[in-house]
Design a protein around this ligand. Sequence first.
Ligand SMILES: [Zn+2]
Length: 121
Amino acid sequence: MSGARYHRKGEAPRASAAMSRQLDLLIAEPETSLIGLRVKLDRPVDRGKPCRRNICVIGPAKGPHAGVLNCIDCGAHRGWMRKSTAAWLEDVMVRFGLPTEPIVIRDATYPETAPLGADAA
Ligand SMILES: [Zn+2]
């Protein structure tokens, strides 16, 4: 007398593949959308020592800067763009879209606050 029962094994329930989905935690740096954007520099130094038309293109930068500013006419290094300036530029583009002409930057590179109000000319 054999009361043994045959029980099939080997069909464990599959784990849902959706449970192992990956989250993209990469956060875009503020400067990424500004690369290639043209801006017009109107800092005091640009008025004193202009370079051609004072129009620069924003390039990628490392470290504490948000971007590098290079003259579109001669390629000269014209300064570094502050992250606060980059954030301001992005805000402008969010509000008004891509600019049809270069946005004027007045304080792109100075670590100190330039007293722009003193300009009486
Ligand atoms: Zn130049």
